[in-house]
Design a binder for this molecule. Structure first.
Ligand code: NAP
Length: 312
């Protein structure tokens, strides 16, 4: 006798704030709900240190603790949390079929994709060594800790420009280090950067080595044309060289934009009816935990309406 596939009303893929919020709303809406969170559920917030801008926490909350709370809350409400990844998704059949990393197949009437996006890193060993010790991928999360300090931002796009401007609220000086001689960032942001006396634009340079002992104390940057090395004595370095959305699973099955993000309408619906996307995997702009949680809520409400046959 062949083993029956386990069946759910709603399957959520991803275990950041978008995924857990979606699962909480789905289960409270009366749907049998599975959440596939991978081996270490929690998403990008596992990589951050203290979070001060998630509402409801008077004192800073450690990213991993916040995710633990979301996971426990989901489980208490009846979400079946699988510490498995989804390795294949058949979105052409109804019910949808999801294959997990342990080879099992699960069925779901609606699917919410909340697989997130990963901040890109330069990939240097010294960058990794000082990650969380001065090197950060999130100015909004960590900028506050650099009050009165000098910091560097690496990158030349809108994120790098916005990060640099944001960091001027705290830092005494912000070096914006870009690998080319003109920024990719919008004209308006460039004007703001140029008008800000705390910002020094450093063109044609790439990081060569992040330096320090227990914590970051500087970064050596190399001129890409002359090879000359300059030392920036910064205690913070923010890497803002773009994000990669985790959409490998649905490539060719859902409409994605040129960067690989899932295209949704304003109600989180993707190009396949019954499949919704929430959080950073569909967010080219904000990439904030609270925004991800909000879109997770929307996706669950839409998925509930879909399985009840009354989606708008
Ligand atoms: P992005 O536009 O892809 O820019 C990434 C930047 O990092 C580029 O300047 C790129 O250099 C540089 N870079 C990439 N790999 C690098 C490497 N290995 N070493 C050094 N530099 C590297 O990414 P983003 O700034 O995160 O923006 C993503 C999207 O979100 C964009 O569409 C952006 O417009 C949008 N966004 C909008 C807003 C807003 O409207 N307020 C805010 C943030 C983001 P090159 O320029 O040489 O390629």
């Amino acid at each position: 006798m062949t083993e029956q596939n386990e069946k759910f009303d709603i399957a959520v893929i991803g275990s950041g704030p978008a995924g857990f919020t979606a699962a909480i709303y789905a289960v409270r809406g009366g749907a049998s709900t599975a959440l596939f969170g991978g081996m270490a559920p929690g998403g990008q917030l596992l990589l951050t240190t203290e979070i001060e801008n998630y509402p409801g926490f008077v004192d800073p909350v450690v990213g991993a603790d916040l995710m633990q709370r979301m996971m426990k809350q989901s489980s208490r409400l009846g979400v079946k949390v699988f510490q498995e990844s989804v390795t294949a998704a058949d979105l052409a059949q109804r019910p949808f079929k999801l294959t997990s990393s342990n080879g099992k197949i699960y069925e779901a009437r609606a699917v919410i994709l909340a697989t997130g996006a990963q901040a890109r890193w330069l990939g240097m060993p010294s960058e990794q060594k000082y990650s969380g010790k001065g090197v950060s991928g999130c100015a909004t999360c960590d900028g506050f800790f650099f009050r009165g300090k000098e910091v560097a931002v690496i990158g030349g796009g809108d994120t790098a420009a916005e990060d640099a401007l944001f960091l001027t609220k705290f830092a005494t000086k912000v070096f914006l280090v870009h690998r080319r001689d003109n920024l990719r960032a919008s004209f308006r942001l460039q004007e703001k950067l140029k008008a800000n006396p705390k910002v020094e634009l450093v063109y044609d340079h790439v990081p060569q080595e992040f330096l320090g002992e227990a914590k970051l104390t500087g970064v050596d940057i190399k001129h890409v044309k002359t090879g000359e090395v300059r030392r920036l004595n910064v205690t913070g370095a923010f890497i803002a060289i773009g994000h990669t959305p985790a959409t490998q699973l649905v490539k060719g099955k859902l409409n994605l934009d040129a960067e690989g993000y899932i295209i949704t309408d304003e109600h989180t619906a993707t190009s396949v009816p019954g499949v919704y996307a929430a959080g950073d995997v569909a967010d080219t702009r904000y990439k904030q935990a609270v925004v991800a949680a909000g879109t997770g809520c929307k996706a669950a409400l839409e998925a509930l309406a879909f399985i009840e046959g009354c989606s708008k």
